[in-house]
Every structure is written in structure tokens, then in C-alpha cells.
Design a protein around this ligand. Structure first.
Ligand SMILES: Cc1cc2nc3c(=O)[nH]c(=O)nc-3n(C[C@H](O)[C@H](O)[C@H](O)COP(=O)(O)OP(=O)(O)OC[C@H]3O[C@@H](n4cnc5c(N)ncnc54)[C@H](O)[C@@H]3O)c2cc1C
Length: 235
């Protein structure tokens, strides 16, 4: 774990904040889609902890994170209490296998909640390195939790990118229901020609994998962190 200074904090939704951190020494080692680990020191009574956090962007000694604060949480609450200028401890070696597969095939990103974080990182890399066409699908309970909606809509006016948002607990002018339920409306056909990246609530990831398999998408075209299946089977 190395020391890094928080150089910027901005509010994304009422309970989600974006953090820019800069290492005091050295550089981060990792690629878009991977995650770091943050240590909350605690009070010496076992109240601290270490949790993984995906990166929105990584560039040399700088990292951008997005974290939802749980008031009864450990590391998320610790981060929710931090201010610009504070120094935190985090891992400089990013890990995780949810990374960009190919720019030669269209890419579909399906996420919920803070699962949007690695999706945005990989989307930027995909578009920046010549990706053919992307579809970005994001679901949340209510419209005030539709993170980065305006940024994604702006990107869709610049790049070959379609964006689809859905809310599961609020009526609005857009799509309603779980985001994975929209997939069959959005695409006419499914098959080997696209990569599907999934991240978010474990149930969404597992159900979407099952739906894609039923629709004939081969497993090698479906990419996720991989830990979600055990979470759902344990539940
Ligand atoms: C690979 C990976 C990447 C991740 N990336 C991000 C990220 O980019 N941004 C981010 O905000 N989080 C991310 N997480 C989740 C993060 O690691 C923590 O699990 C989360 O911040 C809660 O940690 P905590 O120590 O505050 O809560 P804990 O002390 O572990 O839990 C205390 C309480 O917090 C609440 N809580 C914790 N997690 C959840 C949840 N998922 N849903 C509802 N309530 C919950 C519950 O009320 C729980 O009782 C990621 C997780 C993984 C595995």
C-alpha cells in the first residue's frame, strides 16, 4: 500500500462521489477496467478494512475513482468522510480480468450501480483506440442515480456510441425495468460478432449471462469480473 493525496472530490449523485488521487511517490501499474484496493485505517480496534475499488481512469501517478458511501460501511464510509488534501493508502498494482478484449468487434457494456466504473474506463479505451461501435446500457433504481448520463449522452454525439438508460423503481420518459431486460429490444440479433462486458449487481450479471447464452452468444464473447456467480449461488 502506498500513500496518495486526494486532489479533487466531486459529487456524482447524492451518495456517490468521484475522487482524483495522486501518488506521493511512484506510478500505478494497471490498465482500464482493473481495480485498486483502499485501506481504511480504523481506530486500532479492528474497525478498519481493505476493499477493492475499480478505476474510472488511470494515468501514471493519477487515478480517478467513484465510490458510493454506505453510512454503516467501513471503507466506503471512511472515503465518504475524506476531504480534498487528505492522504489515503491504496494499492498501486491494479488487478482484475475485466479489461478490453477487442476493438475490431462492436462492444456492448451493461452495468448497474457502481458497476458502471470499469465500464466507463473500458469504453473510453475502446473509443480512443478505434473501436468500431459501442452500445452502453446502464440501469439504476431512480433517475437521480443515473450516473454520468449527461457525459455519456455527450459522448454519443461525438462517437459511434448508443446509450440506453433504464430505471427499475421510477417512472420517467425513458426505459423502465431492469436494464438486462432491454437487451432483447435494443438488438435485432445476437451472436459471435459482439463483445459483451457486464458489471454490477451480481444477480444482473448472472441473469444477463444466462440470457445471452440462451440467445446464442458464445461464452468467450461475454466478459465479467467472474466473482458474481458464487455471490448469487451463496445467496
Ligand atoms: C472488484 C470490485 C470492484 C468494486 N468497485 C467499486 C467501485 O468502483 N465503487 C464502489 O463504490 N464500490 C466498489 N466495490 C464495492 C466495494 O469494494 C465495497 O464492497 C463497498 O464500498 C462496501 O465496503 P464497506 O467497507 O464500506 O462496507 P462493509 O463494511 O463491508 O459493509 C457494511 C454495510 O455496507 C452496506 N453495503 C456494503 N456493500 C453493499 C452493496 N454492494 N450493496 C448494498 N449495501 C452494501 C451494507 O449495509 C453493509 O451491511 C467493488 C467491489 C469489487 C469486488
Amino acid at each position: 500500500m502506498e500513500d496518495a493525496r486526494i486532489t479533487d472530490i466531486s459529487r456524482v449523485t447524492p451518495d456517490v462521489r468521484q475522487y482524483t488521487v495522486e501518488l506521493l511517490e511512484g506510478e500505478f501499474d494497471g490498465i482500464p477496467g482493473q481495480h485498486t484496493a483502499i485501506r481504511a485505517p480504523g481506530n486500532g480496534d479492528g474497525s478498519g478494512g481493505v476493499k477493492p475499488y475499480s478505476t474510472l481512469a488511470v494515468d501514471g501517478d493519477r487515478l480517478v475513482l467513484m465510490i458510493r458511501t454506505y453510512e454503516d460501511g467501513t471503507v466506503s464510509k471512511y472515503m465518504g468522510d475524506r476531504e480534498t488534501g487528505d492522504v489515503i493508502q491504496l494499492s498501486t498494482s491494479l488487478t482484475g480480468s475485466l479489461t478490453l478484449e477487442s476493438t475490431e468487434r462492436p462492444a456492448v457494456f451493461i452495468s448497474t450501480g457502481t458497476g458502471i466504473t470499469p465500464m466507463i474506463a473500458i469504453l473510453h479505451q475502446y473509443l480512443r483506440t478505434g473501436g468500431e461501435h459501442a452500445t452502453f446500457m446502464f440501469g439504476e433504481k431512480t433517475t437521480d442515480q443515473l450516473m454520468y448520463k449527461s457525459m455519456l449522452e455527450q459522448m454519443s454525439a461525438t462517437y459511434d456510441l448508443d446509450v440506453v438508460f433504464a430505471t427499475s423503481r421510477e417512472s420517467w420518459s425513458g426505459r423502465e425495468g431492469y436494464i438486462q431486460e432491454s437487451a432483447e429490444d435494443v438488438f435485432d440479433e445476437f451472436g459471435v460478432e459482439r463483445d459483451y462486458y457486464l458489471c454490477g449487481v451480481p444477480r444482473m450479471v448472472v441473469e444477463t449471462k444466462e440470457t445471452l447464452a440462451d440467445l446464442g452468444v458464445p461464452p468467450e464473447r461475454v466478459h465479467s469480473e467472474g466473482w458474481e456467480d458464487s455471490q448469487v449461488s451463496e445467496a
